[in-house]
Design a binder for this molecule. Sequence first.
Ligand SMILES: Cc1cc2nc3c(=O)[nH]c(=O)nc-3n(C[C@H](O)[C@H](O)[C@H](O)COP(=O)(O)OP(=O)(O)OC[C@H]3O[C@@H](n4cnc5c(N)ncnc54)[C@H](O)[C@@H]3O)c2cc1C
Ligand code: SF4
Length: 503
Amino acid sequence: MSTLARMVSSMPRVLFADQLGPHFDDGGQIIIAEVLGPLRRRRYHRQKAHLILSALRHRVAELGDRVDYRKGESYRELLTGADIEVVNPTSYGLRRLVAELAQHASLTVLPARGFVTSEEDFGSWAKGATSGRLLMDNFYRSRREALGILMAEDSKGAWVPEGGRFNFDHDNRQPPPKGRDTLGVEPPWYPREDEIDREVRAYLDALEAGGEVSFIGSDGPRLFPATRAEAVEAMHHFMEHRLDSFGPTEDAAMLGDWAMSHSLLSPAMNLGLLDPSEVIEAAEAKYHEGVASLPSVEGFIRQILGWRDWVWHLYWHAGEDFVTRNYFGHQNPLPDFFAGLDASAVQSKCLSHVLDEVATRGWTHHINRLMVLGSWALQRGIEPRALNDWFVDAFVDGTPWVMPANVIGMSQYADGGMVATKPYTSGGSYLSTMTNYCSGCPFSPTQRLGEKACPMTGGYWAFLHRSSGLLASNHRMAKTLGGMRRLSHLPEVVAQETQRTIW
Ligand SMILES: Cc1cc2nc3c(=O)[nH]c(=O)nc-3n(C[C@H](O)[C@H](O)[C@H](O)COP(=O)(O)OP(=O)(O)OC[C@H]3O[C@@H](n4cnc5c(N)ncnc54)[C@H](O)[C@@H]3O)c2cc1C
Ligand code: SF4
Protein backbone atom coordinates (compact mmCIF):
# COMPACT_ATOMS: atom_id res chain seq x y z
CA MET A 1 0.00 0.00 0.00
CA SER A 2 1.38 3.44 -0.90
CA THR A 3 2.53 5.93 1.76
CA LEU A 4 0.06 8.34 0.24
CA ALA A 5 -2.85 6.04 0.94
CA ARG A 6 -1.61 5.58 4.52
CA MET A 7 -1.48 9.34 5.25
CA VAL A 8 -4.07 10.47 7.77
CA SER A 9 -6.74 12.46 6.01
CA SER A 10 -8.46 15.52 7.43
CA MET A 11 -11.75 14.08 6.18
CA PRO A 12 -13.45 11.36 8.21
CA ARG A 13 -13.30 7.91 6.67
CA VAL A 14 -16.49 5.94 6.24
CA LEU A 15 -16.00 2.27 7.08
CA PHE A 16 -18.51 -0.02 5.42
CA ALA A 17 -19.60 -3.24 7.16
CA ASP A 18 -16.92 -5.32 5.40
CA GLN A 19 -14.07 -2.94 6.26
CA LEU A 20 -13.75 -3.55 9.97
CA GLY A 21 -10.12 -4.59 10.46
CA PRO A 22 -6.95 -2.53 11.02
CA HIS A 23 -5.98 -2.63 7.34
CA PHE A 24 -8.92 -0.31 6.59
CA ASP A 25 -7.98 2.21 9.26
CA ASP A 26 -5.11 4.69 8.79
CA GLY A 27 -5.91 6.78 11.89
CA GLY A 28 -8.13 9.88 11.99
CA GLN A 29 -11.86 10.24 12.39
CA ILE A 30 -14.16 7.40 11.36
CA ILE A 31 -17.84 7.28 10.43
CA ILE A 32 -19.69 3.99 10.84
CA ALA A 33 -23.22 3.88 9.51
CA GLU A 34 -25.62 1.14 10.61
CA VAL A 35 -28.49 0.91 8.15
CA LEU A 36 -31.78 -0.91 8.50
CA GLY A 37 -33.01 -0.71 4.89
CA PRO A 38 -31.27 -3.87 3.58
CA LEU A 39 -32.66 -5.90 6.50
CA ARG A 40 -36.16 -4.75 5.62
CA ARG A 41 -35.77 -5.40 1.90
CA ARG A 42 -34.23 -8.87 1.97
CA ARG A 43 -34.69 -12.09 3.90
CA TYR A 44 -31.31 -12.63 5.48
CA HIS A 45 -30.30 -15.55 7.61
CA ARG A 46 -30.82 -14.52 11.20
CA GLN A 47 -27.20 -15.37 12.09
CA LYS A 48 -25.88 -13.32 9.19
CA ALA A 49 -27.74 -10.24 10.43
CA HIS A 50 -26.43 -10.95 13.94
CA LEU A 51 -22.82 -11.40 12.85
CA ILE A 52 -22.72 -8.21 10.76
CA LEU A 53 -24.38 -6.06 13.43
CA SER A 54 -22.26 -7.56 16.18
CA ALA A 55 -19.05 -6.92 14.23
CA LEU A 56 -20.10 -3.37 13.39
CA ARG A 57 -21.03 -2.52 16.97
CA HIS A 58 -17.89 -4.13 18.38
CA ARG A 59 -15.86 -1.92 16.02
CA VAL A 60 -17.78 1.15 17.17
CA ALA A 61 -17.01 0.26 20.78
CA GLU A 62 -13.31 -0.25 20.00
CA LEU A 63 -12.96 3.07 18.19
CA GLY A 64 -14.45 5.05 21.10
CA ASP A 65 -14.12 8.83 20.57
CA ARG A 66 -12.74 8.41 17.07
CA VAL A 67 -16.03 7.23 15.66
CA ASP A 68 -19.15 9.05 14.61
CA TYR A 69 -21.73 6.23 14.78
CA ARG A 70 -24.86 6.93 12.75
CA LYS A 71 -28.00 4.83 12.58
CA GLY A 72 -30.70 5.16 9.96
CA GLU A 73 -32.52 3.71 7.02
CA SER A 74 -29.89 4.06 4.28
CA TYR A 75 -26.35 5.18 3.56
CA ARG A 76 -27.79 7.87 1.30
CA GLU A 77 -29.73 9.37 4.20
CA LEU A 78 -26.76 9.14 6.60
CA LEU A 79 -23.94 10.27 4.33
CA THR A 80 -25.26 12.72 1.73
CA GLY A 81 -23.55 16.10 2.01
CA ALA A 82 -20.69 14.88 4.23
CA ASP A 83 -17.09 15.45 3.12
CA ILE A 84 -15.62 11.98 3.50
CA GLU A 85 -13.10 9.50 2.24
CA VAL A 86 -13.78 5.83 1.56
CA VAL A 87 -11.81 2.75 0.67
CA ASN A 88 -13.44 1.74 -2.63
CA PRO A 89 -16.35 -0.52 -1.63
CA THR A 90 -16.90 -4.05 -2.84
CA SER A 91 -20.17 -3.99 -4.80
CA TYR A 92 -21.54 -2.25 -7.87
CA GLY A 93 -24.38 -0.86 -5.76
CA LEU A 94 -22.07 0.77 -3.21
CA ARG A 95 -19.70 2.11 -5.86
CA ARG A 96 -22.71 3.77 -7.52
CA LEU A 97 -23.67 5.25 -4.18
CA VAL A 98 -20.15 6.63 -3.69
CA ALA A 99 -20.30 8.25 -7.14
CA GLU A 100 -23.65 9.80 -6.22
CA LEU A 101 -22.35 11.09 -2.86
CA ALA A 102 -19.41 12.68 -4.68
CA GLN A 103 -21.84 14.95 -6.55
CA HIS A 104 -22.90 16.62 -3.31
CA ALA A 105 -19.67 16.83 -1.29
CA SER A 106 -15.92 16.43 -1.40
CA LEU A 107 -15.10 12.75 -1.52
CA THR A 108 -11.83 10.81 -1.79
CA VAL A 109 -11.87 7.21 -2.97
CA LEU A 110 -8.87 5.06 -2.01
CA PRO A 111 -8.05 1.82 -3.85
CA ALA A 112 -9.92 -1.27 -2.63
CA ARG A 113 -8.30 -3.30 0.15
CA GLY A 114 -8.97 -6.71 1.63
CA PHE A 115 -7.53 -8.78 -1.22
CA VAL A 116 -4.02 -9.94 -1.97
CA THR A 117 -3.75 -8.49 -5.45
CA SER A 118 -4.81 -5.13 -6.80
CA GLU A 119 -7.25 -4.49 -9.63
CA GLU A 120 -4.26 -3.26 -11.70
CA ASP A 121 -2.33 -6.51 -11.05
CA PHE A 122 -5.29 -8.51 -12.30
CA GLY A 123 -5.77 -6.20 -15.29
CA SER A 124 -2.20 -6.66 -16.50
CA TRP A 125 -2.33 -10.42 -15.92
CA ALA A 126 -5.65 -10.65 -17.84
CA LYS A 127 -4.21 -8.66 -20.77
CA GLY A 128 -1.30 -11.08 -21.04
CA ALA A 129 -3.38 -14.26 -20.60
CA THR A 130 -2.14 -16.31 -23.53
CA SER A 131 -4.99 -18.74 -24.07
CA GLY A 132 -7.54 -15.91 -24.01
CA ARG A 133 -9.15 -17.74 -21.09
CA LEU A 134 -8.83 -16.37 -17.60
CA LEU A 135 -8.02 -19.62 -15.86
CA MET A 136 -7.85 -19.49 -12.08
CA ASP A 137 -4.92 -21.89 -12.01
CA ASN A 138 -2.81 -19.69 -14.30
CA PHE A 139 -3.64 -16.62 -12.21
CA TYR A 140 -2.70 -18.49 -9.04
CA ARG A 141 0.65 -19.67 -10.41
CA SER A 142 1.54 -16.22 -11.68
CA ARG A 143 0.78 -14.71 -8.23
CA ARG A 144 2.84 -17.40 -6.46
CA GLU A 145 5.77 -16.47 -8.69
CA ALA A 146 5.27 -12.71 -8.48
CA LEU A 147 4.87 -12.67 -4.68
CA GLY A 148 7.32 -15.47 -3.89
CA ILE A 149 4.70 -17.44 -1.95
CA LEU A 150 5.65 -21.10 -1.35
CA MET A 151 8.62 -20.68 -3.70
CA ALA A 152 12.13 -22.02 -3.11
CA GLU A 153 15.54 -21.60 -4.76
CA ASP A 154 16.82 -24.70 -6.56
CA SER A 155 20.45 -25.78 -6.88
CA LYS A 156 20.90 -23.56 -9.97
CA GLY A 157 19.54 -20.49 -8.21
CA ALA A 158 16.17 -20.54 -10.00
CA TRP A 159 12.92 -19.95 -8.11
CA VAL A 160 10.69 -23.01 -8.24
CA PRO A 161 7.52 -24.02 -6.39
CA GLU A 162 8.07 -25.72 -3.03
CA GLY A 163 8.05 -29.48 -3.52
CA GLY A 164 8.53 -29.08 -7.30
CA ARG A 165 4.83 -28.57 -8.09
CA PHE A 166 2.31 -25.74 -7.93
CA ASN A 167 -0.58 -28.06 -7.17
CA PHE A 168 -0.88 -31.02 -4.81
CA ASP A 169 -4.52 -31.81 -5.46
CA HIS A 170 -3.85 -35.40 -6.37
CA ASP A 171 -2.60 -36.00 -2.79
CA ASN A 172 -5.85 -34.53 -1.50
CA ARG A 173 -9.38 -35.45 -2.67
CA GLN A 174 -9.67 -38.42 -0.35
CA PRO A 175 -13.07 -39.85 0.60
CA PRO A 176 -14.15 -39.62 4.25
CA PRO A 177 -12.68 -42.25 6.58
CA LYS A 178 -14.86 -45.37 6.70
CA GLY A 179 -16.69 -46.50 9.83
CA ARG A 180 -16.46 -43.11 11.53
CA ASP A 181 -18.95 -40.33 12.00
CA THR A 182 -16.43 -37.49 12.19
CA LEU A 183 -12.94 -36.76 10.89
CA GLY A 184 -11.70 -36.81 14.47
CA VAL A 185 -9.65 -33.63 14.19
CA GLU A 186 -9.44 -30.90 16.87
CA PRO A 187 -12.80 -29.04 17.00
CA PRO A 188 -12.81 -25.51 15.57
CA TRP A 189 -12.37 -22.35 17.65
CA TYR A 190 -15.61 -20.91 19.04
CA PRO A 191 -16.19 -17.34 20.27
CA ARG A 192 -17.79 -16.42 23.57
CA GLU A 193 -20.74 -14.04 23.21
CA ASP A 194 -20.75 -10.80 25.21
CA GLU A 195 -23.01 -7.88 26.11
CA ILE A 196 -22.94 -6.51 22.56
CA ASP A 197 -24.19 -9.85 21.22
CA ARG A 198 -26.99 -9.81 23.78
CA GLU A 199 -27.98 -6.28 22.68
CA VAL A 200 -27.94 -7.32 19.02
CA ARG A 201 -30.06 -10.37 19.79
CA ALA A 202 -32.64 -8.27 21.66
CA TYR A 203 -32.66 -5.69 18.83
CA LEU A 204 -33.25 -8.34 16.15
CA ASP A 205 -35.91 -10.06 18.28
CA ALA A 206 -37.75 -6.74 18.60
CA LEU A 207 -37.53 -5.99 14.86
CA GLU A 208 -38.84 -9.44 14.05
CA ALA A 209 -41.61 -9.32 16.66
CA GLY A 210 -42.69 -5.92 15.33
CA GLY A 211 -43.00 -7.41 11.84
CA GLU A 212 -40.37 -4.99 10.48
CA VAL A 213 -38.04 -7.71 9.22
CA SER A 214 -38.22 -11.40 8.58
CA PHE A 215 -35.35 -13.85 8.65
CA ILE A 216 -34.60 -17.35 7.44
CA GLY A 217 -32.69 -19.89 9.51
CA SER A 218 -32.52 -20.19 13.25
CA ASP A 219 -30.86 -17.96 15.79
CA GLY A 220 -28.00 -19.63 17.63
CA PRO A 221 -24.82 -18.90 19.49
CA ARG A 222 -22.51 -16.80 17.32
CA LEU A 223 -19.97 -19.15 15.71
CA PHE A 224 -17.70 -16.77 13.81
CA PRO A 225 -15.40 -13.92 14.87
CA ALA A 226 -16.91 -10.46 15.29
CA THR A 227 -13.74 -8.63 16.38
CA ARG A 228 -10.17 -8.45 15.19
CA ALA A 229 -8.95 -10.13 18.40
CA GLU A 230 -11.36 -13.03 17.91
CA ALA A 231 -10.45 -13.35 14.24
CA VAL A 232 -6.73 -13.54 15.05
CA GLU A 233 -7.39 -16.16 17.73
CA ALA A 234 -9.53 -18.21 15.31
CA MET A 235 -6.82 -17.97 12.64
CA HIS A 236 -4.01 -19.12 14.97
CA HIS A 237 -6.15 -21.95 16.32
CA PHE A 238 -6.78 -23.22 12.79
CA MET A 239 -3.12 -22.92 11.77
CA GLU A 240 -1.89 -24.76 14.84
CA HIS A 241 -4.49 -27.52 15.08
CA ARG A 242 -6.39 -28.03 11.84
CA LEU A 243 -4.39 -26.82 8.83
CA ASP A 244 -2.34 -30.01 8.60
CA SER A 245 -5.49 -32.08 8.01
CA PHE A 246 -7.08 -29.52 5.64
CA GLY A 247 -5.92 -31.06 2.35
CA PRO A 248 -6.68 -34.79 2.31
CA THR A 249 -10.43 -34.54 3.00
CA GLU A 250 -10.99 -31.08 1.52
CA ASP A 251 -13.56 -32.52 -0.93
CA ALA A 252 -15.26 -34.90 1.48
CA ALA A 253 -18.33 -34.45 3.69
CA MET A 254 -19.61 -36.30 6.76
CA LEU A 255 -22.96 -36.27 8.51
CA GLY A 256 -21.44 -35.88 11.97
CA ASP A 257 -18.80 -33.26 11.13
CA TRP A 258 -20.10 -29.88 9.97
CA ALA A 259 -16.68 -28.18 9.93
CA MET A 260 -14.45 -31.06 8.73
CA SER A 261 -10.95 -29.53 8.50
CA HIS A 262 -12.06 -26.24 6.96
CA SER A 263 -10.80 -23.00 8.41
CA LEU A 264 -14.17 -21.25 8.88
CA LEU A 265 -12.26 -18.03 8.19
CA SER A 266 -14.32 -16.76 5.24
CA PRO A 267 -16.67 -14.62 7.39
CA ALA A 268 -13.70 -12.98 9.14
CA MET A 269 -11.93 -12.26 5.84
CA ASN A 270 -15.13 -11.03 4.18
CA LEU A 271 -15.89 -8.68 7.08
CA GLY A 272 -12.38 -7.29 6.69
CA LEU A 273 -11.29 -8.50 10.15
CA LEU A 274 -8.44 -10.54 8.68
CA ASP A 275 -6.24 -9.52 5.79
CA PRO A 276 -5.97 -12.50 3.40
CA SER A 277 -2.24 -11.84 3.03
CA GLU A 278 -1.70 -12.42 6.76
CA VAL A 279 -3.70 -15.67 6.56
CA ILE A 280 -1.49 -16.86 3.70
CA GLU A 281 1.68 -15.85 5.57
CA ALA A 282 0.52 -17.68 8.70
CA ALA A 283 -0.18 -20.84 6.68
CA GLU A 284 3.16 -20.70 4.88
CA ALA A 285 4.94 -20.26 8.22
CA LYS A 286 3.32 -23.48 9.50
CA TYR A 287 4.78 -25.35 6.52
CA HIS A 288 8.28 -24.01 7.23
CA GLU A 289 7.91 -24.80 10.94
CA GLY A 290 6.99 -28.39 10.05
CA VAL A 291 3.56 -28.08 11.68
CA ALA A 292 1.56 -28.65 8.47
CA SER A 293 2.26 -30.71 5.36
CA LEU A 294 2.87 -29.14 1.96
CA PRO A 295 -0.25 -30.58 0.24
CA SER A 296 -2.47 -29.11 2.96
CA VAL A 297 -0.70 -25.75 3.03
CA GLU A 298 -0.59 -25.44 -0.76
CA GLY A 299 -4.26 -26.45 -1.06
CA PHE A 300 -5.27 -23.92 1.57
CA ILE A 301 -3.20 -21.06 0.12
CA ARG A 302 -4.64 -21.78 -3.34
CA GLN A 303 -8.15 -21.25 -1.98
CA ILE A 304 -7.25 -17.73 -0.89
CA LEU A 305 -4.54 -16.49 -3.26
CA GLY A 306 -6.17 -18.35 -6.14
CA TRP A 307 -9.91 -18.70 -5.75
CA ARG A 308 -10.78 -15.82 -3.43
CA ASP A 309 -8.78 -13.17 -5.27
CA TRP A 310 -9.76 -14.54 -8.66
CA VAL A 311 -13.54 -14.48 -7.99
CA TRP A 312 -13.18 -10.93 -6.63
CA HIS A 313 -11.47 -9.74 -9.81
CA LEU A 314 -13.89 -11.61 -12.06
CA TYR A 315 -16.77 -9.78 -10.38
CA TRP A 316 -15.46 -6.53 -11.84
CA HIS A 317 -13.94 -7.96 -15.01
CA ALA A 318 -17.10 -9.80 -16.12
CA GLY A 319 -19.35 -6.81 -15.49
CA GLU A 320 -22.53 -6.19 -13.55
CA ASP A 321 -24.76 -8.15 -15.93
CA PHE A 322 -22.73 -11.36 -15.51
CA VAL A 323 -25.17 -12.25 -12.76
CA THR A 324 -28.02 -12.33 -15.29
CA ARG A 325 -26.35 -14.93 -17.53
CA ASN A 326 -28.54 -17.97 -18.09
CA TYR A 327 -26.90 -20.32 -20.61
CA PHE A 328 -29.46 -23.11 -20.17
CA GLY A 329 -32.43 -20.75 -19.96
CA HIS A 330 -33.40 -22.10 -16.54
CA GLN A 331 -36.51 -20.36 -15.18
CA ASN A 332 -37.79 -22.43 -12.25
CA PRO A 333 -38.27 -20.53 -8.99
CA LEU A 334 -36.52 -21.74 -5.83
CA PRO A 335 -38.98 -24.02 -4.05
CA ASP A 336 -40.19 -22.72 -0.67
CA PHE A 337 -38.47 -25.51 1.28
CA PHE A 338 -35.12 -24.52 -0.29
CA ALA A 339 -35.56 -20.77 -0.01
CA GLY A 340 -36.88 -21.02 3.56
CA LEU A 341 -34.40 -23.73 4.64
CA ASP A 342 -37.04 -26.27 5.62
CA ALA A 343 -35.04 -29.49 5.82
CA SER A 344 -38.00 -31.43 7.17
CA ALA A 345 -39.78 -31.17 3.80
CA VAL A 346 -37.01 -33.17 2.13
CA GLN A 347 -36.35 -36.92 2.27
CA SER A 348 -33.00 -37.08 0.44
CA LYS A 349 -30.43 -37.26 3.19
CA CYS A 350 -27.87 -35.16 1.30
CA LEU A 351 -30.19 -32.24 0.58
CA SER A 352 -32.06 -32.29 3.89
CA HIS A 353 -28.81 -32.52 5.85
CA VAL A 354 -27.23 -29.60 4.02
CA LEU A 355 -30.36 -27.42 4.23
CA ASP A 356 -30.38 -28.16 7.94
CA GLU A 357 -26.72 -27.14 8.26
CA VAL A 358 -27.44 -23.82 6.57
CA ALA A 359 -30.58 -23.29 8.70
CA THR A 360 -28.60 -24.03 11.89
CA ARG A 361 -25.45 -22.01 11.17
CA GLY A 362 -25.79 -19.88 8.03
CA TRP A 363 -22.75 -21.78 6.80
CA THR A 364 -21.88 -25.09 5.20
CA HIS A 365 -18.60 -26.08 3.59
CA HIS A 366 -17.62 -25.84 -0.06
CA ILE A 367 -18.51 -29.34 -1.21
CA ASN A 368 -22.01 -29.02 0.25
CA ARG A 369 -22.47 -25.65 -1.47
CA LEU A 370 -21.23 -26.92 -4.83
CA MET A 371 -22.14 -30.60 -5.06
CA VAL A 372 -25.38 -30.63 -3.08
CA LEU A 373 -27.10 -27.22 -3.14
CA GLY A 374 -25.67 -25.97 -6.45
CA SER A 375 -25.86 -29.34 -8.18
CA TRP A 376 -29.46 -29.87 -7.09
CA ALA A 377 -30.46 -26.41 -8.36
CA LEU A 378 -28.75 -26.99 -11.72
CA GLN A 379 -30.43 -30.35 -12.19
CA ARG A 380 -33.82 -28.85 -11.33
CA GLY A 381 -33.47 -25.86 -13.66
CA ILE A 382 -33.57 -23.15 -10.99
CA GLU A 383 -33.15 -19.61 -12.28
CA PRO A 384 -29.46 -18.80 -11.65
CA ARG A 385 -29.95 -15.19 -10.55
CA ALA A 386 -32.49 -16.23 -7.90
CA LEU A 387 -30.06 -18.85 -6.62
CA ASN A 388 -27.20 -16.32 -6.58
CA ASP A 389 -29.23 -13.87 -4.48
CA TRP A 390 -30.39 -16.61 -2.13
CA PHE A 391 -26.77 -17.62 -1.47
CA VAL A 392 -25.88 -14.00 -0.66
CA ASP A 393 -28.71 -13.77 1.89
CA ALA A 394 -28.54 -17.25 3.42
CA PHE A 395 -24.80 -17.45 4.16
CA VAL A 396 -22.91 -15.60 6.88
CA ASP A 397 -20.01 -15.13 4.44
CA GLY A 398 -22.23 -14.28 1.45
CA THR A 399 -21.30 -11.08 -0.42
CA PRO A 400 -22.29 -9.70 -3.83
CA TRP A 401 -18.72 -10.04 -5.17
CA VAL A 402 -18.13 -13.64 -4.14
CA MET A 403 -21.27 -15.15 -5.67
CA PRO A 404 -21.31 -14.52 -9.43
CA ALA A 405 -18.18 -16.57 -10.22
CA ASN A 406 -19.12 -19.23 -7.67
CA VAL A 407 -22.84 -19.53 -8.35
CA ILE A 408 -23.48 -18.23 -11.87
CA GLY A 409 -20.14 -19.54 -13.15
CA MET A 410 -18.92 -22.54 -11.21
CA SER A 411 -22.08 -24.09 -9.83
CA GLN A 412 -24.67 -23.28 -12.54
CA TYR A 413 -22.48 -23.03 -15.68
CA ALA A 414 -24.86 -20.20 -16.54
CA ASP A 415 -21.99 -18.30 -18.19
CA GLY A 416 -21.56 -21.08 -20.75
CA GLY A 417 -18.06 -21.97 -19.59
CA MET A 418 -16.13 -18.82 -18.65
CA VAL A 419 -15.43 -20.01 -15.10
CA ALA A 420 -15.69 -23.81 -15.29
CA THR A 421 -14.76 -26.05 -18.18
CA LYS A 422 -17.84 -28.22 -17.63
CA PRO A 423 -20.89 -28.22 -15.36
CA TYR A 424 -20.18 -29.24 -11.77
CA THR A 425 -22.94 -31.74 -11.15
CA SER A 426 -23.02 -35.44 -10.46
CA GLY A 427 -25.24 -38.40 -9.80
CA GLY A 428 -25.60 -40.05 -6.42
CA SER A 429 -22.59 -42.32 -6.93
CA TYR A 430 -20.18 -39.37 -6.55
CA LEU A 431 -21.92 -38.31 -3.34
CA SER A 432 -21.90 -41.85 -2.06
CA THR A 433 -18.10 -41.99 -2.58
CA MET A 434 -17.20 -38.57 -1.19
CA THR A 435 -19.72 -38.38 1.66
CA ASN A 436 -21.48 -40.73 4.07
CA TYR A 437 -24.86 -39.13 3.31
CA CYS A 438 -26.36 -42.09 1.45
CA SER A 439 -26.40 -44.31 4.52
CA GLY A 440 -29.78 -43.80 6.11
CA CYS A 441 -31.28 -42.22 2.98
CA PRO A 442 -34.56 -43.72 1.75
CA PHE A 443 -33.21 -43.52 -1.81
CA SER A 444 -30.41 -45.57 -3.32
CA PRO A 445 -27.58 -43.78 -5.16
CA THR A 446 -27.24 -46.49 -7.79
CA GLN A 447 -30.95 -46.69 -8.60
CA ARG A 448 -32.26 -44.61 -11.51
CA LEU A 449 -35.83 -45.77 -11.74
CA GLY A 450 -38.56 -46.62 -9.28
CA GLU A 451 -39.54 -45.71 -5.75
CA LYS A 452 -35.99 -45.80 -4.43
CA ALA A 453 -34.49 -43.96 -7.40
CA CYS A 454 -31.99 -41.37 -6.15
CA PRO A 455 -33.15 -37.83 -7.07
CA MET A 456 -29.53 -36.77 -7.62
CA THR A 457 -28.90 -39.68 -10.01
CA GLY A 458 -32.17 -39.29 -11.90
CA GLY A 459 -31.82 -35.50 -11.83
CA TYR A 460 -28.30 -35.75 -13.25
CA TRP A 461 -29.36 -37.80 -16.28
CA ALA A 462 -32.46 -35.67 -16.82
CA PHE A 463 -30.33 -32.50 -16.77
CA LEU A 464 -27.85 -33.97 -19.26
CA HIS A 465 -30.66 -35.12 -21.52
CA ARG A 466 -32.28 -31.67 -21.45
CA SER A 467 -28.98 -29.84 -22.02
CA SER A 468 -27.22 -32.22 -24.39
CA GLY A 469 -27.62 -29.89 -27.37
CA LEU A 470 -25.88 -27.03 -25.57
CA LEU A 471 -23.16 -29.30 -24.19
CA ALA A 472 -22.47 -31.23 -27.40
CA SER A 473 -19.59 -29.00 -28.54
CA ASN A 474 -17.81 -29.32 -25.16
CA HIS A 475 -15.20 -32.04 -25.66
CA ARG A 476 -14.96 -32.59 -21.88
CA MET A 477 -18.60 -33.73 -21.96
CA ALA A 478 -18.29 -36.15 -24.89
CA LYS A 479 -17.73 -39.27 -22.79
CA THR A 480 -20.51 -38.40 -20.34
CA LEU A 481 -23.01 -37.66 -23.10
CA GLY A 482 -22.01 -40.90 -24.84
CA GLY A 483 -22.72 -42.76 -21.59
CA MET A 484 -26.08 -41.04 -21.31
CA ARG A 485 -27.10 -42.16 -24.82
CA ARG A 486 -26.28 -45.78 -23.96
CA LEU A 487 -28.31 -45.67 -20.74
CA SER A 488 -31.21 -48.09 -20.61
CA HIS A 489 -34.62 -46.59 -19.82
CA LEU A 490 -33.44 -43.00 -20.35
CA PRO A 491 -36.89 -41.75 -21.49
CA GLU A 492 -38.45 -43.30 -18.38
CA VAL A 493 -35.85 -41.69 -16.11
CA VAL A 494 -36.45 -38.30 -17.73
CA ALA A 495 -40.23 -38.67 -17.36
CA GLN A 496 -39.87 -39.77 -13.73
CA GLU A 497 -37.71 -36.76 -12.85
CA THR A 498 -39.98 -34.31 -14.68
CA GLN A 499 -42.88 -35.47 -12.53
CA ARG A 500 -40.98 -35.88 -9.27
CA THR A 501 -42.61 -34.33 -6.22
CA ILE A 502 -40.71 -36.17 -3.47
CA TRP A 503 -37.09 -35.18 -2.96
C1 LIG B 1 -22.20 -22.15 -4.63
C2 LIG B 1 -21.09 -21.57 -3.81
C3 LIG B 1 -21.34 -20.54 -2.92
C4 LIG B 1 -20.29 -19.97 -2.20
N1 LIG B 1 -20.54 -18.93 -1.36
C5 LIG B 1 -19.52 -18.29 -0.74
C6 LIG B 1 -19.75 -17.17 0.07
O1 LIG B 1 -20.88 -16.77 0.29
N2 LIG B 1 -18.69 -16.54 0.64
C7 LIG B 1 -17.43 -17.01 0.48
O2 LIG B 1 -16.50 -16.40 1.01
N3 LIG B 1 -17.18 -18.09 -0.26
C8 LIG B 1 -18.19 -18.75 -0.87
N4 LIG B 1 -17.94 -19.86 -1.60
C9 LIG B 1 -16.58 -20.39 -1.66
C10 LIG B 1 -16.26 -21.41 -0.53
O3 LIG B 1 -17.23 -22.42 -0.55
C11 LIG B 1 -16.22 -20.74 0.83
O4 LIG B 1 -15.29 -19.68 0.78
C12 LIG B 1 -15.77 -21.69 1.92
O5 LIG B 1 -16.64 -22.78 1.99
C13 LIG B 1 -15.75 -20.94 3.25
O6 LIG B 1 -15.41 -21.78 4.31
P1 LIG B 1 -13.96 -21.79 4.96
O7 LIG B 1 -13.60 -20.42 5.39
O8 LIG B 1 -13.93 -22.85 5.99
O9 LIG B 1 -13.10 -22.20 3.72
P2 LIG B 1 -11.76 -23.09 3.56
O10 LIG B 1 -12.16 -24.36 2.94
O11 LIG B 1 -11.03 -23.16 4.85
O12 LIG B 1 -10.94 -22.25 2.52
C14 LIG B 1 -10.11 -21.15 2.91
C15 LIG B 1 -10.57 -19.85 2.31
O13 LIG B 1 -10.44 -19.87 0.91
C16 LIG B 1 -11.37 -18.97 0.32
N5 LIG B 1 -12.12 -19.68 -0.72
C17 LIG B 1 -12.12 -21.02 -0.94
N6 LIG B 1 -12.83 -21.30 -2.05
C18 LIG B 1 -13.29 -20.13 -2.52
C19 LIG B 1 -14.09 -19.77 -3.63
N7 LIG B 1 -14.55 -20.68 -4.49
N8 LIG B 1 -14.41 -18.48 -3.79
C20 LIG B 1 -13.95 -17.54 -2.93
N9 LIG B 1 -13.18 -17.82 -1.87
C21 LIG B 1 -12.85 -19.10 -1.67
C22 LIG B 1 -12.30 -18.49 1.44
O14 LIG B 1 -11.93 -17.21 1.81
C23 LIG B 1 -12.03 -19.49 2.56
O15 LIG B 1 -12.17 -18.91 3.84
C24 LIG B 1 -18.98 -20.46 -2.35
C25 LIG B 1 -18.75 -21.52 -3.22
C26 LIG B 1 -19.78 -22.07 -3.95
C27 LIG B 1 -19.50 -23.18 -4.90
S1 SF4 C 1 -29.04 -41.73 -2.14
FE1 SF4 C 1 -29.15 -39.97 -3.49
S2 SF4 C 1 -30.57 -38.59 -2.47
FE2 SF4 C 1 -29.94 -40.09 -0.95
S3 SF4 C 1 -28.18 -39.14 0.09
FE3 SF4 C 1 -27.37 -40.42 -1.55
S4 SF4 C 1 -27.15 -38.98 -3.26
FE4 SF4 C 1 -28.53 -38.00 -1.81
